[in-house]
Ligand binder design. Structure first.
Ligand code: NAP
Length: 354
């Protein structure tokens, strides 16, 4: 046992029930609530002996993210499938109940990779970060102060190198990441248009997040014509969240030396046969730089991101919308809901309050 390990008082060693979200079967096309179920198992409130460098967490907020169903497929390139009948992993905000790791102490709050369950024993806490500012809502560490915030920052600033006056298009723009990208782009002096799937979301984009324009892509017969309406002189930067036919229309409307940050392609996650994009030639002729990235490769710049975003939050210069539902029982429905656009803003599930 590590010298710096900490122990909880009173309930030390007690065995309690632990509700977990488990995967019942591998998924081929659209994820359904019945692909997951809730299981109650037991967990001891103590790090097992011999388990060095581990933390035992009480999970408070679970982050519901579009990547989750990608891990429900048995075979997908470069994606680790979930284990059947085991709790599924994801992001969350948690309190440390016990630790045998020198960097974490009992009572600390952390965010990062956990399992979607009430309590988690994390044996390799290398993707856990400390919550430094407890004055802000803890749920923010599933979003603006956590993985989605970093994803917006890395994609927009590191990959797109925005310049004042450039034109920016953001798809899935009212979601966890899109709402932040749009506001970062406005702060950088860009002209910003977003698309989303309902009138309520379009209103949010224009009236709360300050996008210059927004449209409901579900009401557009022709994405190419819609983009021409909002970008008569073309798009400099596309923040890609959806893929498929939208990407094809965007490539037709990109300007010379445009940049496309490929953050996600949500329209492709739940279909067996990925859609084709037929005008990739434009990447060459327009000298477009298009690059996919995973936020997990960039966590070393998290402090730099915090330095930028903390003042914006504290000075209320950035708006942030969350969609918070209660109880671990809500997790399967919340995951499925991401793919019909049921969430308005960052989807979070509260399992416990501190
Ligand atoms: P989100 O936008 O909060 O939620 C997903 C939204 O996507 C839904 O609300 C829905 O909004 C839209 N959507 C669902 N199906 C769609 C479809 N077929 N076509 C168009 N829009 C669809 O999710 P997020 O967390 O911000 O994630 C946004 C994207 O970033 C996702 O593609 C995700 O996989 C990706 N991501 C990438 C990284 C990375 O490291 N690269 C990290 C995290 C997330 P509407 O009502 O507008 O349709």
């Amino acid at each position: 046992m590590n010298q710096n390990s900490t122990r909880i008082n009173g309930k030390m060693g007690e065995e309690i029930s632990n509700k977990q979200v488990i995967l019942n079967n591998y998924v081929k096309a659209y994820v359904k609530e019945s692909d997951m179920s809730l299981r109650t198992s037991k967990i001891q409130l103590k790090i097992p002996s011999g388990c060095d460098d581990a933390v035992l967490l009480k999970n408070l907020y679970l982050s519901i993210d579009p990547f989750i169903p990608k891990h429900m497929k048995k075979e997908e390139n470069y994606i680790t499938p979930y284990k059947l009948n085991s709790p599924i992993f994801g992001y969350g905000v948690s309190k440390v109940l016990d630790s045998s790791h020198p960097n974490f102490k009992m009572g600390e709050l952390v965010w990062g990779f956990i399992y979607l369950e009430e309590y988690s024993l994390i044996k390799d806490p290398n993707v856990l970060f400390k919550v430094h500012d407890k004055d802000l809502p803890l749920s923010y560490y599933t979003g603006i102060l956590g993985m989605p915030g970093m994803t917006a920052y890395v994609g927009f600033f590191e990959f797109c190198s925005p310049k004042k006056g450039e034109t920016v298009y953001v798809s899935a723009a009212s979601g966890a990441i899109g709402q932040l990208v749009g506001q970062f782009a406005k702060n950088a002096g860009c002209y910003v248009v977003g698309s989303a799937g309902s009138k309520e979301k379009v209103d949010l984009l224009k009236n709360k997040f300050g996008f210059d324009e927004a449209f409901n892509y579900k009401e557009e017969q022709d994405y190419n014509a819609a983009l021409k309406r909002y970008f008569p002189d073309g798009i400099d930067i596309y923040f890609e969240n959806v893929g498929g036919k939208m990407l094809e229309a965007v490539l037709s409307n990109m300007r010379l030396y445009g940049r496309v940050a490929v953050c996600g392609m949500i329209s492709q996650y739940n279909i067996e046969q990925h859609e084709g994009v037929h005008n990739l030639l434009y990447i060459l002729t327009k000298r477009i730089r298009m690059e996919g990235y995973y936020v997990t490769d960039h966590y070393h710049i998290y402090p730099k991101y915090l330095e930028m975003v903390m003042p914006l939050i504290k000075e209320e210069k950035i708006a942030y919308v969350e969609d918070i539902v209660e109880g671990i029982e809500s997790v399967p429905g919340a995951i499925v809901g991401l793919f019909s656009g049921r969430n308005v803003g960052k989807q979070v599930v509260v399992v416990a309050r501190e």
